[in-house]
Design a binder for this molecule. Sequence first.
Ligand code: NAD
Ligand code: AKB
Length: 319
Amino acid sequence: MEKVLIIGAGGQIGTELVLALRKLKGNNNVVAGDLSDKCPDKLSGGPYVKMDVLDREAVRSYVIDNGIKQVYLLAALLSATAEKNPAFAWKLNMEGLFTILDLAKEGYLSKVFWPSSIAVFGPTTPVDKTPQLTITEPTTVYGISKLAGERWCEYYAKNYGVDVRSIRYPGLISHTSLPGGGTTDYAVDIFYKAKTGEDFTCFLKKDTALPMMYMEDAIRATIELMETKSENIKIRSSYNLAGISFSPEVIANEIMKLKSDFKINYAPDFRQAIADTWPNSIDDTAAKLDWGWSERFSLEELVKVMMDNVDITLVNLNN
Ligand code: NAD
Ligand code: AKB
């Protein structure tokens, strides 16, 4: 069993990915790495390392000395946070990727997973059923960093034979850990307010439709992509994944079916301008054809599972 390292393991995706990979590969074969000194409680069932992905030499030594063979690189600034600090977002989102791609190029790693995003698309991209190959002119620093990352992944795959695999995740919705500063975060926040009976003020307009996905589907997609044979992977930049598309008004209506007194109001902020540049829906035919992808969660199922499972103690509801 190859040893796996997940960098950025304490975040929204990492928390669930570590748990899923440990189930598949055994606790001791999956190391969680993140910035904090202390291992997050949810990840305490296996090895944890304090790691700053920007410390290139420390990451290299850890990977080489501990015989790590696969890396999932999740550490990044997301769209909303990145706009507040573009220079640092560019640094974090790019430098870590080169450190990991170089380790793979030198033969230390057999496989790399690096996530891209629907943020690679921009205002000139076709918005409905956005194709795999289309115009990509992102206008956010986050989108620019993801697009550049995709190009570098493909470059390392073609020129150095690096087995790097990637998904353009839609907005991800989960209840195990909170989202980390994205434009799609409203679709998680809404459930905490609904659960406690508070009104929800949405930072996007009511009719802003975006592609979204329940985390269980996203984790399954990630593992299926990483476990498929290398020859099945025809796209080395990043695969579109569709999930489900909805606007704040549509998800609020779905929540109201379970909680009839739930109320939503709208106060768009700077994140509206980001969302306005992203697609409404995605075409993921290539993922379906190449490695057999198929999503499971409908909007109705997603809302039910979130309403059943969000843990209101995770958030300070006055914020
Ligand atoms: P997150 O913000 O929840 O988690 C990121 C984690 O990285 C945090 O635990 C943070 O402490 C850690 N981190 C930050 N700087 C670090 C550093 N220098 N060294 C080591 N760790 C560091 O993010 P997420 O939502 O889990 O996203 C993970 C990846 O998936 C990102 O690349 C993101 O762009 C991508 N993605 C996420 C979504 C989504 O909806 N969550 C959608 C598309 C793409
Ligand atoms: C964000 O909103 O920044 C992320 C993403 C879609 O990449 N959730």
